[in-house]
Design a protein around this ligand. Structure first.
Ligand SMILES: *Cc1c(COP(=O)(O)O)cnc(C)c1O
Length: 220
């Protein structure tokens, strides 16, 4: 087991180094510590080391873990990085400060209603199926303009694009493509890069990296 505080310092310095190479400021990049499958005892050391932005991929799991952690520690920001079912939109809007998995028209409708009901605007990233993989979540590139238009019409706060590139091949071309799509659509946010490739993502314009195993160790 590596010390979580040491792992955090290492990831932070690698982000800063990648940003420097790309002539960016390290502060432009938000590190989301993806704590899915890990319980409070594994999360606490990171909070104590100063990390405040966390990611979860399941509404139910986040609802079980985070209210108590938030009660005890101020300034926590929670991001949903996993697929969202429309019938959990209300719960997601109540619990999360940012949603990275907006990917279809029915979810635009459900989230717009949920935010209206809650009187709470939660920034959203549109997830793009950047490698056109059949089994993967995310909106097809061809469907992106229509989905963004629908989201804007519904007054959803869309702040950027998110992707998970195909496994097993070089991620850089997919990060570059997401960056271009975001630019084309006038969106500032790029949620891309995970434990194996966050430095590449930072060099290619990531504003949010989602890092799990490099901070917490491998998931069981
Ligand atoms: C689990 C997960 C991550 C973190 O993955 P690691 O490889 O452990 O860093 C990032 N993004 C999404 C969408 C995930 O589901």
């Amino acid at each position: 087991m590596t010390d979580p505080a040491v792992a955090l310092a290492d990831v932070r310095s690698r982000i800063a180094q990648a940003a420097r190479i790309a002539q960016r400021e390290g502060e432009e990049v938000t590190l989301i510590a993806v704590s899915k499958t890990h319980e409070a005892p594994a999360i606490l050391p990171l909070i104590e080391a100063g990390q405040r932005v966390f990611g979860e991929n399941r509404v139910q799991e986040a609802a079980a873990k985070w209210p108590a952690l938030r009660e005890a520690h101020g300034g926590i920001e929670l991001h949903l990085v996993g697929q969202l079912q429309s019938n959990k939109a209300d719960e997601a809007v109540a619990l999360f400060d940012c949603i990275h998995s907006l990917d279809r028209p029915s979810l635009v409708t459900a989230l717009a209603r949920a935010m209206d009901r809650a009187g709470r605007q939660v920034p959203c990233f549109v997830q793009v199926n950047i490698g056109a993989e059949e089994q993967k979540g995310g909106c097809a590139i061809a469907d992106l303009p229509a989905l963004l238009a629908q989201a804007r019409a519904a007054e959803l706060p869309v702040v950027g694009l998110m992707c998970v590139p195909p496994a097993g091949i070089e991620a850089a071309p997919f990060f570059a493509l997401l960056d271009k799509l975001a630019t084309d659509h006038g969106l500032a946010g790029r949620s891309m890069g995970m434990s194996d490739d966050f430095e590449t993502a930072v060099m290619l314009g990531a504003t949010h990296v989602r890092v799990g195993s490099a901070l917490f160790g491998a998931r069981g």
